[in-house]
Design a protein around this ligand. Structure first.
Ligand SMILES: CC(C)(COP(=O)(O)OP(=O)(O)OC[C@H]1O[C@@H](n2cnc3c(N)ncnc32)[C@H](O)[C@@H]1OP(=O)(O)O)[C@@H](O)C(=O)NCCC(=O)NCCS
Length: 189
C-alpha cells in the first residue's frame, strides 16, 4: 500500500488537527501561504506562483505525494502542510512542516509532527526519521527538538543558493528505539 493510501485510510488525527491528502479544492488556502516569500524562504521548492501551486496540488494528490494537507479538526480549515516521504536509506522517512502565518506559534507543527512520528514508527515500522533545516530557522529546529529528535550534524555551506551564496544545514534524526523509550516514559505529550 502506498503511503498516501495508508495515510488516507488511517485518518491521522490529533486533539486539534487532521492530516489528509491534498485535493484540488485546497488551491485558494494553499496559495495564500505558498506564494508568501516569508513562509517559503527555506522550503526547497521556493516561493510558488499560481502555476506552481497547481503543480504542487497535482503532485501531492496522487501516489507521488510528498506533502499532506494539515487541517483544523473541527473547522476543516487548511492551516498548512506536512512534508513526509521515504528517504534514501531503507525504512527511513523525512519529515518537514509549513504552517500559514495566522496559525503559527500555536503548537500545530509540533502536534502534527508528533503524530507523523507515531505513524512512522507504529504503523509503517520505520527504523529512523530524519529532518533538516537551516541554523537560522529556529522555529523549525525547535519543532525537531520538541518531538525528541537529536541534532546529528551541522553541514557547512552544503546548499547552493546561486552565485556565491551557500547555506548551512542542521541534520536531525530519531530512531525507533528512541521513540519506544520515550513511549515507555510517557514522553510524547
Ligand atoms: C517552522 C514552522 C512550521 C513552525 O510552526 P509552528 O506551528 O509555529 O510551531 P510550534 O507552534 O509548534 O512551535 C514550535 C517551537 O518553535 C518556536 N517558534 C515558533 N515560531 C518561532 C519563531 N518565529 N521564532 C522563534 N521560535 C519560534 C515555538 O516557540 C516553539 O518552541 P518553544 O516551545 O521552545 O517555545 C513555521 O514557523 C513555518 O511554517 N515556517 C515557515 C516554513 C518553514 O521554514 N518550514 C521549515 C523548513 S525546514
Amino acid at each position: 500500500m502506498s503511503i498516501i493510501d495508508h495515510l488516507a485510510k488511517n485518518n491521522l488525527v490529533t486533539e486539534r488537527l487532521r492530516l489528509r491528502p491534498f485535493q484540488a479544492s485546497d488551491f485558494a488556502a494553499l496559495a495564500t501561504y505558498a506564494t508568501d516569500p516569508d513562509v517559503m524562504h527555506y522550503m526547497e521548492e521556493g516561493v510558488l506562483d499560481e502555476q506552481g501551486v497547481r503543480a504542487f496540488l497535482q503532485k501531492n494528490a496522487g501516489d507521488g505525494a510528498t506533502a499532506y494537507a494539515l487541517l483544523l479538526r473541527d473547522k476543516d480549515d487548511l492551516v498548512g502542510h506536512m512534508v513526509f516521504h521515504p528517504w534514501f536509506a531503507p525504512q527511513t522517512y523525512e519529515i518537514g512542516w509549513v504552517i500559514a502565518p495566522p496559525h503559527q506559534r500555536q503548537g500545530y507543527a509540533t502536534e502534527a509532527a508528533r503524530e507523523l512520528l507515531r505513524f512512522s514508527f507504529e504503523d509503517l515500522h520505520a527504523h529512523r526519521v530524519i529532518a533538516t533545516c537551516q541554523p537560522e530557522n529556529t522555529a523549525s529546529y525547535r519543532v525537531m527538538e520538541k518531538i525528541g529528535m537529536r541534532r546529528e550534524g551541522h553541514f557547512r555551506k552544503c546548499i547552493h543558493r546561486g552565485g556565491d551564496l551557500w547555506w548551512d544545514e542542521y541534520f536531525y534524526a530519531i530512531l525507533a528505539e528512541e521513540w519506544d523509550q520515550a513511549s515507555l516514559l510517557g514522553d510524547h505529550s
